[in-house]
Design a protein around this ligand. Structure first.
Ligand code: NAD
Length: 477
């Protein structure tokens, strides 16, 4: 764990999250004991298990699952594979999950998991063995289950790992009809849901769109309202970063900076995202991409002047050590904890608007919630009503034709009458959730005359909701 004794060290991630929590908590009137209960991690499970690396060689793998809050069940949160995972980081991310779920009104407590490996150093077979062993440890300790704790993908994991988790859980629970709801972010063929893969990045896009649509806030930043024509720099082109960049690009944002682990690309005229992705896939690096300047040090690329900086890699990317050099107007936190509290102080003084992680990257857990509901109800969204809606709409259009004398083309009828399928409903639910949560956060921010940060505003709303559920239980009369 890092300490903040020296001027140059960065506080531990959990310390930063707690600091953000208490900055908001002191603006509420809840009893101190209740606030301490909300802030604390309820259960921290650290375990190790061996895995075979080669002929006669073994490696001891370290793993964690943290359930931060049981005020709502199940607890929910992804698990990451990274070689720098440690207890403090997993605790911080589990806490963020609690606050995030409350911000977007999703009825889950927060959790998170981590396995200390660099996935790139293991074969697919080894990763499968590790994931299945990780899952069986969670089963043994009652740290997984549709009503207990439901993991999802995070940094270094994807739908593939989630399908191994679900399959292992089902093998241990023969006949459990709700078993697929033990994990979300699964492939579609394995009880997953349309739109989960892109959900977090799509949510980041909705968050940026909502923030940029408020004329008064844009005026304060010296920007015009709307996304069209704004410039963006995106850090991390994995699941969250790629999808955030894609939807911003499709809505007219110019991608002038794209940063990966090996360095960043800069082109003030903007870049074609798919072309860059294709180049990186074929060459294994962004280096020498034609038509853009390559910046060797990825953290230097964060300093490119732009309207929106979208960090989507890891925590502690923007700290008191580089905050002064960041030249953006808006930071949309796709990653968890990319900005430390000290950096936020510096940036806020410079007038930068930070859309905080506990709201900005909540799209993943929103759609995970829909997947969990789908698994429990055993039916795809839209399956029962789509055709009925379609025929009712078509009849309505025919009636309009008869009364108005206007004839609609078959194409128009098809478009307007169309009943929603699962993808449409998931996207609509995600968009609605992101809009409502932004409005709620903005209202609290405005209530404090915008003298607090949007993060503090989101934390206050979150704390109020969690406190209410404890108070309604009569635990803190
Ligand atoms: P991912 O593994 O799919 O992608 C992360 C990408 O970041 C990788 O391509 C990696 O090479 C790159 N990267 C790592 N260090 C970098 C650096 N210093 N500079 C530039 N690029 C770097 O992970 P992800 O699922 O996209 O998660 C990214 C972040 O978003 C994490 O903080 C995660 O906790 C958060 N998050 C993810 C989800 C989700 O649904 N996956 C949901 C909410 C929040």
């Amino acid at each position: 764990m890092q300490s903040n004794n020296s001027k140059n060290t960065i506080p531990s991630f959990f310390t930063s999250v707690s600091r953000n929590f208490w900055d908001a908590a002191k603006l509420t009137e809840h009893p101190k004991g209740l606030l301490e209960q909300i802030n604390t991690c309820n259960s921290v499970y650290h375990f190790t298990f061996p895995t075979r690396k080669g002929k006669g060689e073994y490696e001891v793998i370290q793993a964690w699952r943290v359930e931060h809050s049981h005020h709502k069940l199940p607890t929910k949160g992804g698990f990451r594979y990274a070689d720098n995972v440690h207890a403090d980081e997993v605790m911080a991310m589990a806490a963020l999950m609690t606050y995030k779920c409350a911000v977007v009104s999703i009825p889950f407590g927060g959790a998170k998991g981590g396995v200390k490996i660099n996935a790139a150093n293991y074969s697919v077979e080894q990763l499968e063995t590790i994931t299945r062993r990780f899952t069986s440890e969670l089963i043994n300790k009652n740290f997984i289950g549709p009503g207990i704790d439901v993991p999802a993908p995070d940094y270094g994991t994807s739908a593939r790992e989630m399908s191994w988790v679900a399959d292992t859980y089902q093998a241990f629970h023969p006949g459990a009809v709700d078993a697929p709801a033990c994990v979300t972010g699964k492939p579609l063929s394995q009880h997953g849901i349309q739109g989960r893969k892109e959900a977090t990045g799509r949510g980041v896009y909705f968050a940026c769109r909502e923030a940029c649509n408020i004329e008064e806030d844009m005026k304060a930043l010296g920007l015009s309202p709307g996304l069209e024509g704004k410039t963006a720099v995106v850090q991390g082109l994995g699941n969250v970063g790629y999808h955030a960049a894609k939807y911003l690009y499709e809505d007219g944002v110019k991608l002038i900076g794209l940063i990966e682990i090996e360095g960043g690309l800069y082109n003030p005229d903007g870049m074609d995202l798919e072309d860059v992705m294709q180049y990186r896939r074929s060459k294994g690096s962004l280096k020498d991409y034609p038509g853009a300047k390559f910046i060797e040090n990825p953290s230097d690329a964060l300093e490119i002047e732009c309207d929106i900086l979208v960090p989507c890699a890891l925590e502690n990317q923007i700290t008191h050590l580089n905050a002064d050099k960041i030249k953006t107007k808006i930071i949309a936190e796709g990653a968890n904890g990319p900005t430390t509290p000290d950096a936020e102080n510096i940036l806020t003084k410079k007038g930068v608007l930070i859309i905080p992680d506990i709201y900005c990257n909540a799209g993943g857990v929103v759609v995970s919630y829909f997947e969990w509901l789908k698994n429990l109800s055993h039916v795809r969204f839209g399956r029962l009503g789509r055709r009925f809606t379609e025929s009712t709409n078509a009849q309505l259009l025919r009636a309009i034709e008869v009364t108005s004398g206007v004839k609609f083309s078959d194409e128009i009828i098809k478009q307007i009458a169309r009943g929603p399928d699962e993808g449409d409903l998931v996207d609509s639910g995600l968009e609605d959730t992101m809009i409502l949560a932004y409005r709620e956060t903005h209202k609290m921010w405005t209530k404090h005359d915008k003298k607090i940060t949007q993060r503090t505003a989101a934390f206050i709303n979150s704390i109020n909701k969690i406190a209410q559920s404890y108070l309604d239980l009569g635990i803190f009369p």
